[in-house]
Design a protein around this ligand. Sequence first.
Ligand code: ZN
Length: 306
Amino acid sequence: MKKIDIVISEVGPRDGLQNISAIMPLPAKKIWVSALATAGLREIEVGSFVPARILPQLADTAELVTHAQTITGLTVAVLVPNYQGAENAVRAGVDKITIPFSASETHCLANVNRSHEQMLEEVRKIVELLKTLPARQRPIFEGGISTAFGCTLEGHVPEKKILELATSLMAAGCDEVGLSDTTGYADPAQVRRLVGAVKAEVGNNNLTGLHLHNTRGLGLANALAALDAGITTLDSSLGGLGGCPFAPGASGNIVTEDLVYMLESMGLRTGINLEKLIETRQIVQAALPGETMFGFIPDAGLPIGY
Ligand code: ZN
């Protein structure tokens, strides 16, 4: 497999689909995931193990994991909100589990009805579960610190709080931590500062990934700042699928096509074939008629000689 500089973790099948009400049929999801892998994606977050009554769009996550696991070389990632979700993820046979842990305790209580201490207890229980697995079958366990750059309920989230949480998550047994700009509040200077501070706190290799949103148009600028700060994995979604519920007309996640274009233009290797990637939009459009897809590159086309 060719060497790459930046891992792009495609979160469309999870973050994208959970933010639209239409349900993409499982056969289309399978075709999409396969096509994304053929275009060169090495990591795909295929779903979330939450009860189907909460997110019916992702009710078939286990089946999609089974399909994705047939693709050689693909890291199959999922989100789990709690221990129950982690059990299901392990049973399905995923490669990577992320538990979203909101740095804003108000947001945490509102979202999952748990305090920080209760969430940490959940993390410890998951670690115990993972320890019972043979090393080869043990998924990577990431503590994903959400609302890390600000919260729609609390506003500013002190950096000290993020550092404390990152330390607690590593102490609880997570393999790594991630930072998530759930609300699209981040700016490039803040990204550089916070990534540097967390890396200094938990170790350079224990924070490698960032989940950015483009709510206020700073997604790519923040991605660039993240690279400067030593981040090597960036989340994004094809066509910015799902949009942003708070900002009509804006994509939710960074658009994968635009991110790949920026990185490859800069001479960084993503391993992704942009033309093939753009072709996968047709699968989504056919399965979700009328759904808006974002992206400058798909609209403007690639420059001559690219
Ligand atoms: Zn997100």
